[in-house]
Write a new protein. Structure first.
Lengths: 549, 712
């Protein structure tokens, strides 16, 4: 048997598993279905790893001799594929708890599985055409996840998601036509097909593009980047994110935000570094415009996020800003910055997934959607809030969490190689945005753990010691008993009638384990990669070295 | 310098300690927790002594962990760090032991203890760090863990102060990071031992200066430098007293640690930087002292005093830079930092004692608390005299050194720079005087004024034995060091000078005559100003008698608050409003444009395109091909048809009269022919028109083709 056929496994296995779920009557029990979905996601992770490990190539079918559908994973594929499969697994486990008892969860699960297969296809695709095919299919498969709620808003958001994605993809397609007409191959080649000054790097002979063709290719590249940037939330086509993320169920919005946006980035990476070539773009108007667009997106996302109260929408705007960090790193066309961008892809994905899952837990457990309503949530859900805190710190980029590293490389890369004012403006905007990130994420933690209390109550508790009810409600309630016994000795304890006044506060009740473990693991990775980044760093350095020398 | 990996134990111990506390001292095991905490703090102190004492005798340790956190962490223990390590671990020990008493009736004690130990680890990390990234990492960690101290009480004031603290910490940290980005970009290294040379070699001095100023912002924010001092007077009064002691005594010094690095090493060639530090230091010193005089809250007064004293240290550091590492400035700045830590330890713990017993810090309500408490008086006096720079106490030594440094610096610079320095000297003396004034105010309040109602009610034993012991040590040190400066303080300063980049400066020989007239007169002027200010301003204006009671009033206008009247409106209202407005505008413009493009405009364009051909046809048919009204023929037919019809009709008439009498033909051929003729003509007209239309389109096409061929 052809060993290359293993490539079919990660792509089609979950698709068929999804279809099976649709067709079979066996899996009507909710619990079994959740286990099934999680198991398929786990297997998918294994398959992606296996398929990515070897040097495989598989032509699915040919349209013409220049156009074929090919699967050919490289390092970048492994990075994105494994990242997505892992997140899908986390989301599947989380959804087991989150979606319990919800109507229509079967449909959700079907498309959940189908979409991961298509995303694996997008990651593993060996040329632009294949990537485009899977990109469009992925959009369609994700639509049911967005409109899962079936509310008016959800459907509107779904349509907006569809229009922006498809519209963007068509804009990208226009770019592909231009590439094709200028004789640039659609196959991915590390470092792209064009060198500086538009010299085409074909085996054996050198062809230079004419001046007109150069301009055309630049325009095509711009179209493709802006078009696929719509998935990555690049201004001006970012409009679908803030509407689609809040309405999707939390496990889905986590994926939309953490991974689907990265798929846009992946295609942009493919176009810039694997088709056109960074040398060709360096110093052109395309690079400048894209840098400016990315930086303004960073600013727009962060600023609006800090003014937004609906937690999931706030996170969605945050995603717009954060993914553009990585996009900026991509557009700087410098090895350090690219390394920073790839690192940020991983770290943002981890942190943002965690945050969305935690936001989902808040909604699920307390029913509160707005950030300013989450006062005291740390008392009620301490573990979740701790996880949220670590993910927030990661996203702000506080060392030793991981995003500090990516920011460091992005900033250094920008200082080394970005054109014009971008060299210092880039880091400056990254840090301004980090300040905003701190201001829109940390208050959740702060309000959660330090809800405050009325002055009189405070005074009373200081004077008379603890009352056991309130103490039991808190993580550090351990002192209650110790303090009780000393209570009597306190000579100036004044207000015995105040005792027990702090009762009635929400008691600590943590979310079910399936909703706690996935974000916890993701957050652990998000922090852990910052402390021990060695392996990941070397792997990504290899990617960067291959495409930029 | 010996490589010693065990150095990390100093950091691991507190972090692990926090975990131990968190994990094993759970529900209802209070006594165990207090004991564990005390033991951990004692162990850390012992460990610090174990490492620091050999270093003080000569030598040093380094420690580098590769790849951790991406860049590797590196630590070092030299003389300067050893001194600070001992001080900070001792302060933590004191604070932790005292916390047991202070936190007795508070909530969330476990949280407090956990974060106290986390902060200890982070702070130790800052002081041990041997490259700026490590410094930054632990610095940020310290900022976030110490946040819990400020918010611990969860009162409204505490939460607001904590908000300010966090905002300043985050902002400071990220601005500092920008400085680090630039510095690393310029020098390619952040390791402290190579940084001095690397910075000297940098070509782009402007960039280097920018990096230095950005980093100064970050470190200065933590140190409490004007205008970033806003968090200090708010955070200290609301934090638990032991935590305030640490915040003020050690955490601000972590900021100073950074400023030393900047001023002595990184920016040692940039005189502009020295002037900046000097100017900001002078402003801090004066501003803090003025706030202190006006304050009516015990801990707030001490906090303002901290701001002011940090200003003194900053002035010293500015002089270090300006004089190129003059021994007087180096020793003065270092010793003042050490003194200030111990002074604030003593004073804040005393304030804690007051708060424990009275649950108030308001000067009016704590009047006379210190009466008939000789130990309290002795310890307070040691602290107060030291901070006011009274001869025979250690504060006098460091202030004299700083004063001498300014005077000597004045001799180096001529012209306007010299004038500036003499202005600084006077600001220095006045600030010293104000220090004396507010300490005198506190002294009067605590020991001379009539006891308030609250104080009279409180009769408990006020200090436990271990705390007494731990208080006596730093207080005794302040006195002893003031008596024997050449034995105790100068050798310690000697250890530190290398860290300031003052390797080439003269030591020992430059030791001033401590009790010469010249030096005593400086302290005399200060104390004189202090007494004058006390009797004129404090007693006359800030104090009034309300019946039996003495009431201290806050005469500081409400708007005189940088945070409330400038920063908060600016950063919380104006800037977000403008920025978010701009962003939303950009977003909505794009959205509106997109909607307009996709909706009405596109629809209009498409409709236009849809109707384009039909429209052209309509237009053309309306003008060029408009149907002519057919002429009104007889019976609506043509002449020929009419004639033919008449002939046929005549024939039919003939036939009807003759052959077909019985069945006459009832047709009018004129009519039939007319109808047929009209139909034929209409058809012919249509054919003609469509052919001409086709021809015309073809013609247009040809013209376009021709144009294309001509122009293309």
């Amino acid at each position: 048997m052809n060993p290359n056929l293993i490539l079919l496994l990660p792509v089609f296995f979950p698709v068929f598993a999804g279809i099976l779920l649709a067709g079979s009557r066996l899996l009507c029990q909710e619990r079994k279905r959740a286990v099934y979905v999680a198991a398929v996601s786990l297997l998918e992770l294994v398959f992606v790893g296996l398929a990515g490990a070897g040097d495989y190539e598989l032509v699915l079918f040919r349209m013409s001799d220049r156009l074929a559908f090919t699967l050919r994973p490289d390092r970048l594929s492994i990075l994105f594929g494994v990242l997505c499969a892992a997140m899908w697994l986390a989301s599947a486990v989380y959804a087991a708890g989150y979606m319990r008892g919800q109507k229509g969860s079967r449909l959700y699960q079907i498309f959940f599985l189908v979409s991961v297969g298509l995303i694996a296809g997008l990651c593993f695709s060996g040329n632009l055409l294949t990537a485009y095919l899977f990109y469009e299919l992925m959009t369609l498969a994700l639509l049911p996840l967005v409109i899962h709620e079936r509310s008016k808003e959800a459907i509107r958001a779904g349509l907006s998601f569809l229009f922006y994605s498809i519209g963007g993809a068509f804009l990208g397609l226009a770019g592909f036509f231009i590439f094709y007409s200028c004789g640039i191959s659609f196959d991915f080649r590390e470092g792209g097909w064009l060198g500086a000054e538009g010299v085409r790097k074909e085996a054996g002979f050198i062809v230079s593009l004419s001046a007109r063709e150069k301009q055309l290719v630049l325009a095509g590249c711009f179209c493709a980047t802006v078009g696929f940037g719509s998935k990555a939330g690049l201004f001006p086509l970012h409009g679908w994110l803030p509407s689609a993320h809040p309405v999707a169920p939390a496990p889905a919005s986590a994926l939309l935000s953490g991974n689907v946006t990265k798929m846009g980035l992946l295609v942009i990476l493919r176009v810039i570094y694997y088709i056109v070539g960074p040398e060709f773009l360096r110093g052109t108007w395309v690079q400048y415009t894209l840098c400016a667009l990315a930086l303004s997106t960073v600013l727009i996302g962060s600023v609006i996020a800090s003014r937004e109260q609906l937690l999931k929408r706030r996170l969605a705007y945050s995603t717009i800003g954060q993914v553009s960090y990585a996009l900026f790193g991509v557009f700087v066309l410098n090895r350090t910055a690219l390394l920073g961008a790839l690192l940020h892809v991983v770290f943002h994905s981890l942190a943002k997934n965690t945050l969305f899952l935690c936001a989902g837990t808040y909604i699920h457990e307390t029913g509160r959607m707005r950030a300013d309503e989450l006062e005291g949530v740390g008392r009620r859900l301490p573990a979740t809030t701790w996880i949220f805190t670590f993910a927030s710190l990661t996203l702000v980029g506080i060392p030793p969490t991981s995003a500090f590293l990516s920011k460091w490389y992005l900033a250094q890369g920008s200082l080394e190689g970005a054109p014009f004012v971008f060299s210092w403006l880039g880091p400056a905007i990254l840090l301004v945005s980090a300040v905003f990130t701190a201001f829109y994420l940390l208050p959740v933690t702060v309000k959660g753990f330090f809800p405050g209390r009325p002055e009189e109550e405070n005074m009373a508790s200081v004077l008379q010691g603890e009352d056991s009810m309130a103490a039991a409600a808190t993580e550090s309630g351990s002192m209650a008993d110790a303090l009780q016994e000393k209570d009597g000795k306190s000579a100036d304890a004044g207000h015995p009638q105040e005792k027990g006044s702090a009762g009635g506060r929400a008691l600590r009740r943590e979310a079910p384990l399936s909703m706690l473990v996935p974000p916890a693991v993701l957050a652990a990775f998000a922090v852990g990669f910052g402390i021990l980044p060695g392996g990941l760093l070397r792997f990504l350095e290899a990617v960067c070295r291959a495409v930029l020398n | 310098m010996a490589e010693n990996l065990w150095l990390t134990l100093l950091l691991v111990l507190p972090f692990a300690g926090a975990l131990i506390l968190c994990g094993f001292c759970g529900q209802g095991r209070g006594r165990a927790m207090y004991l564990t905490a005390d033991l951990l703090a004692a162990a850390e102190f012992a460990l610090a002594l174990f490492f620091a004492v050999p270093v003080l005798c000569g030598g040093g340790y380094t420690c580098r962990i590769k790849e951790l956190c991406g860049f590797g962490l590196s630590f070092e223990l030299d003389g300067f760090r050893a001194v600070w390590l001992i001080i900070l671990s001792f302060m933590w020990l004191t604070a932790v032991v005292f916390s047991k008493e202070y936190m007795e009736h508070h909530r969330h004690v476990l949280r407090y203890y956990c974060f106290t130990f986390l902060t200890l680890g982070a702070t130790a990390g800052v002081f041990l760090s041997a490259d700026l990234l490590t410094t930054f990492l632990f610095f940020e960690l310290m900022s976030f863990t110490s946040y819990v101290w400020v918010a611990q009480e969860e009162t409204k004031g505490a939460l607001r102060a904590a908000e300010t603290y966090l905002a300043v910490a985050v902002l400071g940290g990220l601005v500092m990071l920008m400085g680090l980005f630039l510095l690393y970009h310029l020098t390619g290294t952040l390791a402290l031992d190579g940084l001095r040379e690397a910075c000297a070699a940098v070509q782009e001095r402007g960039m280097l200066l920018a990096a230095g100023i950005l980093m100064l912002f970050g470190f200065g924010a933590k140190a409490g430098m004007f205008p970033l001092h806003i968090w200090l007077p708010k955070a200290h009064p609301v934090a638990p007293a032991p935590a305030s002691a640490l915040l003020s005594g050690v955490l601000t010094k972590a900021g100073i640690f950074g400023v030393i690095l900047l001023s002595g090493n990184i920016m040692h060639q940039e005189k502009e930087f020295g002037w900046l530090v000097l100017f900001l230091g002078a402003a801090t010193m004066l501003h803090g002292a003025v706030l202190g005089v006006f304050s009516v809250d015990l801990k707030r007064t001490l906090a303002c005093s901290s701001v002011s004293q940090i200003g003194f240290i900053l002035v010293g550091l500015g002089m270090v830079n300006l004089t190129g590492g003059n021994a007087l400035a180096v020793n003065g700045a270092f010793l003042h930092a050490v003194n200030h830590s111990l002074i604030k330890l003593v004073l804040f713990l005393l304030a804690g004692v007051v708060y424990c017993r009275l649950h108030s810090l308001d000067l009016t309500q704590i009047c006379g608390f210190g009466r008939k408490k000789p130990f309290f008086l002795a310890v307070f006096l040691c602290g107060a005299f030291a901070v006011a720079g009274m001869p025979l106490f250690s504060g006098y030594i460091s202030k004299t050194l700083l004063h001498e440094a300014i005077v000597e610096g004045g001799e180096l610079f001529a012209g306007s720079a010299g004038v500036l320095l003499s202005v600084t000297e006077w600001v220095f003396l006045v600030s010293g005087g104000l220090t004396a004034a507010y300490m005198l105010k506190l002294f009067t309040v605590l020991f001379l004024d009539e006891p308030s109602e609250r104080v009279k009610k409180c009769t408990r034993n006020y200090l436990s034995m271990p705390v007494r012991l731990l208080l006596a040590v730093p207080a005794g040190f302040l006195l002893l060091a003031g008596l024997l400066p050449d034995r105790i303080l100068l050798p310690a300063a000697e250890q530190a000078s290398a860290f300031f980049g003052a390797a080439g400066a003269v030591h020992g020989a430059g030791a001033p005559h401590w009790f010469s007239m010249e030096n005593l007169s400086g302290a005399g002027i200060s104390i004189g100003i202090g007494i004058f200010v006390y009797f004129t301003v404090v007693r006359q204006w800030l104090r009034k008698r309300d019946g039996q009671e003495t009431v201290y009033v806050n005469r500081l206008p409400a708007w005189y608050d940088l945070e409330e009247s400038v920063y908060r409106p600016l950063f919380l209202r104006l800037l977000p409003f403008l920025l978010a407005g701009a962003c939303r505008l950009a977003e909505s413009v794009v959205e509106k444009t997109a909607w307009f493009l996709s909706g009405p405009l596109l629809a209009a364009v498409c409709r236009l395109a849809d109707k384009l051909v039909a429209g052209i046809v309509w237009l053309i048919s309306g003008t060029m091909l408009s149907e002519k009204k057919p002429r009104e023929h007889l019976h609506g037919a043509g002449r020929i048809a009419y004639c033919a019809g008449r002939v046929m009709d005549d024939l039919v008439l003939l036939l009807n009269r003759t052959v077909r009498r019985k069945r006459p033909i009832q047709k009018s051929f004129v009519h039939i022919f007319a109808v047929g003729g009209r139909r034929t003509r209409r058809t012919a007209g249509l054919v003609a028109r469509s052919v001409s239309y086709g021809l015309m389109l073809a013609g247009i096409g040809l013209v376009i083709t021709m144009l294309y061929l001509l122009l293309g």
